[in-house]
Design a protein around this ligand. Sequence first.
Ligand SMILES: *[C@@H]1O[C@H](CO)[C@@H](O)[C@H](O)[C@H]1NC(C)=O
Ligand SMILES: *[C@@H]1O[C@H](CO)[C@@H](O)[C@H](O)[C@H]1NC(C)=O
Ligand SMILES: *[C@@H]1O[C@H](CO)[C@@H](O)[C@H](O)[C@H]1NC(C)=O
Ligand SMILES: *[C@@H]1O[C@H](CO)[C@@H](O)[C@H](O)[C@H]1NC(C)=O
Length: 320
Amino acid sequence: MKTSRPDRRRFIISSFFFICFLCALASINEVRFDSLLNFGRCALTKTNSPSQIYNSSSTLIETQKTSSEDEIRVLFGILTLPDQYQRRHFLRLIYGTQNPVGAKVDVKFVFCNLTKEDQKVLVALEIMRYDDIIILDCKENMNKGKTYTYFSSLPEIFNDTDGVYPPYHYVMKADDDAYFRLQSLVDSLKPLPREDLYYGYVIPCPSMDPFVHYMSGMGYLISWDIVEWIRDSDIPKNQLEGPEDKIFGEWIRNGHQAKNRFNAKWSMYNFPEPPTRCTHELWPDTIAVHLLKTQEKWIRTLKYFNVTDNLKPSKLYHIP
Ligand SMILES: *[C@@H]1O[C@H](CO)[C@@H](O)[C@H](O)[C@H]1NC(C)=O
Ligand SMILES: *[C@@H]1O[C@H](CO)[C@@H](O)[C@H](O)[C@H]1NC(C)=O
Ligand SMILES: *[C@@H]1O[C@H](CO)[C@@H](O)[C@H](O)[C@H]1NC(C)=O
Ligand SMILES: *[C@@H]1O[C@H](CO)[C@@H](O)[C@H](O)[C@H]1NC(C)=O
């Protein structure tokens, strides 16, 4: 039972060197050492969850996704309908498997008031499971102000006096038949101003001048100051009816907003078939592909962008 003192000391010393060895090994790969404190971190950090940082007393400080000061925060709202359960399921796969670096992109599904009894159960369950739904105070409509309700509701929804300001640098309005590659989107946003910005695919299709008309409803993005302007100004309030993307462009023009504009054409485009002046071949330099109206078009697009390349090998499955 009794261990002699020298034995115990030898055990402690050799354990210490063993830990040092492990830490050194880890440091070769990724962990950076600045001080002795980091020995603790090395021993305590779960190396398989790189998005979490622990301090030396192994308290979870915060996730990297919210830690970086200059990280871009994007609200990515997909306007859809309550009954589109399958579509949301599919889009959760599409966006849940993308992990853009350098930004926090919150993908949310946006619709108006629920109208059916089954929705009250099914949508509530979805929220409990995924918490990625925004229900606006409106009656479902496409071109009668849903976009206005969306943008103008956000300042109040995300008005957290303790939270960071702005809650999001940018807010996207996207269609549910568009495929966005979030890393390309984030990379394109990095050099852009975070104020007074209107970003998207310029309409009409052959035009490359973002100061003439408006951005296509496939997906356009604005900075938070314009979201607040939409809430506060009378200009959008008094002009709600019409094709939502075109009307949006008119608010911006009539309100003399968005001195900063970015035309993401031809990184955004319509699916190549049937060919029109708005389409482009699938190509590597892509932020968004629009009009994915059939499963076949989605599959072709996802295949082209190699989205399943990172599937990890396992004995549990075999996919040829
Ligand atoms: C670790 O973080 C917690 C919570 O922020 C704090 O209370 C604690 O003092 C920190 N420990 C060290 C050693 O920094
Ligand atoms: C939407 O639902 C809320 C809460 O049930 C209700 O107060 C509001 O009047 C409804 N709005 C519309 C436009 O139906
Ligand atoms: C945000 O909250 C503050 C304090 O409660 C309030 O004064 C302000 O009007 C709110 N802003 C919006 C846009 O709701
Ligand atoms: C997809 O993978 C193929 C084969 O590795 C490669 O040639 C192609 O460039 C990749 N496509 C894209 C868009 O990265």
